[in-house]
Ligand binder design. Structure first.
Ligand code: G6P
Length: 602
């Protein structure tokens, strides 16, 4: 993971680098650091923990210079210490890195045999040392960097800065994203366009294997074969004010509250006034024999929910997999397969690798992303932006519900094109969702008190059946990542095959059960919990509450909703429980420990 920024500018670099890093902190917050060249002299500052610690350090120990590189770290090799923080320096070279150098042990041994010493446990330090060795052997900085990357295996986006060179930066990528920003007599580097948004809207994305030599007024890019490459300069419109909490205490609270608007936006784009489903024309489900859905984390649960929709509504067989398994399992991809990759960031390394595995095998590759310029978007045949708007909090909320809305629209379109009948009330009932979500969010006072109780537990079980099963999984994931309470989601029917052994008065069970066709089955499972002294929090609608609240410890009542839409509406209490339990436990809601939002390493 990790985020990279760089600037060859006309103003002091340090504040620019910190501003860019602030926008990349979603990629990791174990440590942060910057290096600058001032009057030819290379220097750096690094601090453990969040970016705020680096900002504090810079107040006491400022760093001058108009050229610089910066980094925010998600630790892979070596603990989050100052020594292990980037930029890494070896003699006249400083380097920042996103990715993993897989052959770093061999490189270390080779460098050690040559008398080089190490001051970190990182894989990245080898990059700086290799470049230093080439410089000692008389190569120019450009040549030294070029030779160095030829020695690296693994994934990397790298930016190099050199002592004695105020107007030179090298930026290169293989496997990890990197963008160049064009200013007026200035040049920028960033892990994504978001980092560069305050400085420029003109972006060039480096492609796999690209090697870029930057000065303030020039950019030369060589492709992986060393040939001069002409990469397009794009105009990117990004909301510069996007890192504002908008009056909320946390980004997560803001993003939960934004869901009615985000879903409205997605519906405006994909559902016409006449209720026609407007998806990219290239998507033709009539020729599709099966759908393969691949994602990681919360996106994976959106895919699991979509399996129910595609299979029940459009009668298409669906396979769903986590990208890290899919990519190495070598699944046969037969003609007639539509492969759909779901990723908020569009940069998740495993999902991107899974996409590349299907390229040339699947009939069509569709990317559902929140970042339309991302690698997954650029490598998909058809792109469906989910239009959630920037999501900053590490735990996904509005991106999840927007993914669900668009996957449901895809299933409905598939049904239409394949001649199967749509569920009653759809797609028009989708329009009720923003209002219902708004109503659910507004009625959150009970969730707060329930969450205060849940915060006392050490283990919590979530149950759901049918298309609420993926929501039980998502509810458990959200809770554990935010509150650090152990939580597991199960299909209600699986309870008696093992998890019921855990049930006692100390293990609360959250049951997600709208009053649909499977309600009675779930209620029976709930009774089995209560018969063993288990405390149940039932999330249902008014009808369900009337039928099944006896003996239940707490009932959260949601508005009635079209059955097919319940996974989307029931995402809201799952998010709220995680949020308020985390508040009760005093954990870091937006930046939970050990996590990062964009996972660009395996
Ligand atoms: C990380 C994030 C999750 C996200 C997952 C997949 O684990 O913390 O919120 O669901 O990555 O990310 P993607 O950008 O591919 O949706």
């Amino acid at each position: 993971m990790c985020g990279i920024v760089g600037v060859l500018g006309n103003h002091e670099a340090a504040p620019i680098l910190v501003e860019g890093l602030k926008r990349l902190e979603y990629r990791g917050y174990d440590s942060a650091g910057i290096a600058t060249v001032d009057a030819g002299k290379l220097a750096r500052r690094r601090a453990v923990g969040k970016l705020a610690n680096l900002s504090d350090l810079l107040v006491h120990e400022p760093l001058a210079g108009k050229s610089g590189i910066g980094h925010t770290r998600w630790a892979t090799h070596g603990a989050p210490t100052v020594d292990n923080a980037h930029p890494h320096r070896a003699g006249p070279v400083a380097v920042v890195h996103n990715g993993i150098i897989e052959n770093f042990k061999e490189l270390r041994a080779n460098l050690a045999a040559d008398g080089f010493e190490f001051s970190t446990e990182t894989d990245t330090e080898t990059v700086a040392l290799l470049a230093e060795r080439h410089l000692r052997n008389g190569l120019s900085p450009q040549e030294a960097a070029y030779q160095t990357i030829g020695e690296l295996d693994g994934a990397f986006a790298l930016a190099f800065l050199f002592d004695g060179h105020d107007d030179l930066m090298i930026a290169t990528r293989k496997g990890s994203p990197l963008a160049i920003g064009h200013g007026d007599g200035e040049m920028f580097v960033g892990s994504d366009a978001i980092a560069l948004a305050p400085f420029t809207d003109q972006i060039t994305y480096l492609e796999e294997g690209d090697f870029a030599i930057l000065t303030r007024t020039s950019l030369e890019i060589r492709d992986q074969n060393g040939e001069l490459a002409n990469r397009q300069k794009r105009l990117i419109q990004l909301d510069v004010a996007r890192i504002d909490k908008g009056g909320h205490k946390h980004f997560m609270a803001k993003e939960i509250a934004e869901q009615p608007t985000a879903i409205d936006r997605a519906l405006a784009a994909y559902l016409g006034h006449d209720n026609a489903i407007n998806l990219p024309e290239a998507l033709d489900f009539s020729k599709i024999e099966r759908v393969t859905l691949v994602a990681c984390g919360t996106g994976y649960y959106a895919c699991l929910a979509a399996k129910y929709w595609f299979e029940q509504i459009a009668r298409v067989p669906v396979e769903v997999d986590v990208a890290s398994e899919f990519r190495y399992r070598e699944p046969p991809i037969t003609p007639g397969t539509l492969a759909i990759f779901v990723s908020q960031s569009g940069e998740t390394a495993d999902t991107l690798a899974a996409l590349r595995y299907t390229a040339g095998k699947a009939t069509q590759i569709a990317g559902l992303v929140n970042v339309p310029e991302s690698s997954i978007a650029r490598e998909s045949d058809v792109v469906l932006p989910i239009l959630a708007g920037p999501e900053i909090s590490v735990a996904s909320t509005k991106a999840f519900t927007c993914q669900l809305v668009i996957l449901l629209l895809m299933a409905l379109k598939a049904a239409e094109q394949r001649g199967t009948s749509l569920p009653a009330g759809l797609p028009q009932d989708l329009r009720s969702l923003p209002g219902l979500i708004h109503q659910t969010i507004a009625g959150e006072s009970k969730v707060k008190s329930v969450s205060r109780e849940l915060a006392k537990a050490q283990d919590i079980i979530f149950l759901g059946r049918g298309h609420l099963y993926p929501l039980a999984l998502e509810g458990a994931l959200k809770l554990k990542e935010l509150s650090y309470i152990h939580a597991e989601g199960y299909a209600s029917g699986e309870l008696k095959h093992g998890p019921i052994a855990l049930i006692d008065e100390n293990v609360p069970v959250v049951v997600m059960a709208p009053s649909d066709a499977l309600f009675d089955k779930t209620v029976s499972n709930m009774q089995e919990v209560m018969a063993r002294g288990g405390k149940v929090v039932l999330i249902t609608d008014a009808k369900g509450a009337q039928l099944a609240s006896d003996g239940v410890t707490e009932t959260l009542v949601l508005p009635e909703v079209n059955d097919a839409l319940s996974p989307i509406l029931y995402a809201i209490p799952a998010q709220q429980i995680a949020y308020y339990t985390a508040i009760a436990k005093g954990t870091d809601v937006d930046q939970p420990r050990n996590l990062a939002k964009s996972v660009t390493v395996e």
